[in-house]
Design a protein around this ligand. Structure first.
Ligand code: TRP
Length: 331
């Protein structure tokens, strides 16, 4: 069975876009592959989060993925920093990564311009750590989006280089994987682009948003002055509202508003009210689960301990081989 690895940075709560993207992908993969999903807490240290905030975000993200259906019995679900084999392999892989190629990474260049006061070495070697996350389980599939393609390319290069230098066919070359039939892009509420937490306040609907918050956000969504001709093509902002409806509303509801649009009788206020209520119905059971799970410290402790044990079992095998291959043999 093929092995899948993916990491989630503990930065902020999951929104509907994450639900219909990563989370749903994970839930489907866990039935088909040998999956390793982890919270990438080491990766988040590049921006020096406050210790208390870091711990809370790790816990929250973990609870949210479990509430979305990621099953710790089916997957190996763990915290990156619970696996000491990862930093050890990271040290070894740093010897394979060239300064020049790391400096050419677009995410690195991006960070250099965004946080010029904190261009630390961890930022430069972020792709090495990510590569190690993947190769340490000898994974072949990585469910990530386009923004991570360059990191994956670097992962393949490091894996190839290791194999070449040591004359072994040891590490496989992982590629991005997503279920194409499920790639729904969830748009944001601001009329353009996709849902994202960095796109500004009110653009994203989070799974933990209370009903009132959802109503406020949806009612503020961007619209226009309405159609003036029958069967007029929908502008982007309106199309986005319909796309959002497609993810949470009943087909009849969408059909009805679509007809109203085509007849020029649509009232955006009604559409938004409906959309808000449907989002609330959709997110309420998930939000309840998140709260229950996040409050259950002993359950979470059990989950992470089990995850760490399974992840370390897999990682330590790789590390043992790698040390041997490199010549770090025991006496
Ligand atoms: N870099 C990824 C992101 O920003 C997170 C990540 C870390 C990751 N390690 C990984 C993703 C390994 C996939 C596999 O989203």
């Amino acid at each position: 069975m093929e092995t899948v690895v993916s990491g989630m940075r503990p930065t902020g709560n999951l929104h509907l876009g994450n639900y219909f993207g990563a989370a749903r992908n994970f839930v489907r993969m866990q039935d088909e592959f040998n999956c390793f999903f982890f919270i990438a807490d080491y990766h988040s240290l590049t921006t020096h989060p406050k210790p208390e905030a870091l711990h809370n975000s790790v816990k929250q993200v973990l609870a949210e993925y479990i509430a979305c259906g990621v099953d710790p019995e089916k997957t190996t679900l763990y915290i990156q920093s619970d696996v000491p084999e990862i930093p050890e392999l990271y040290l070894l892989f740093n010897m394979l990564a060239y300064k020049g190629e790391l400096e050419r990474s677009t995410t690195y260049k991006d960070k250099v311009s965004k946080q010029p006061d904190n261009i630390n070495a961890g930022l430069l070697t972020y792709p090495v750590l990510m590569a190690v996350d993947i190769v340490i389980h000898k994974a072949t599939k990585v469910p990530v989006g386009k923004d991570q393609e360059q990191h994956l390319e670097m992962t393949r290069n490091f894996a190839k280089r290791f194999n070449h230098i040591y004359g072994q066919d040891y590490f496989p070359e992982p590629t991005a994987f997503n279920y194409t039939d499920e790639l729904v892009k969830i748009p944001g509420l601001d009329g353009s682009g996709k849902m994202g937490k960095s796109e500004g306040e009110g653009n994203a609907v989070f799974l933990i948003d209370e009903p009132d918050v959802i109503r406020k956000k949806v009612m503020k969504a961007v619209t226009d002055s309405g159609p003036t001709e029958m069967h007029q093509e929908k502008p982007e902002a309106i199309r986005n509202l319909f796309t959002l409806m497609e993810s949470v509303s009943a087909p009849e509801t969408i059909e009805r508003f679509d007809q109203d649009y085509n007849n020029c009788t649509i009232r955006y206020g009604d559409l938004k009210k409906q959309l808000a209520e449907d989002m609330i119905n959709f997110t309420t059971p998930i939000r309840d689960k998140i709260k229950t799970i996040a409050a259950d410290e002993s359950y979470l402790r059990k989950v992470v301990n089990m995850g760490a044990e399974k992840a370390r079992e897999s990682a330590s095998k790789t590390l043992k081989d790698v040390r041997e291959i490199i010549g770090l043999k025991s006496f």
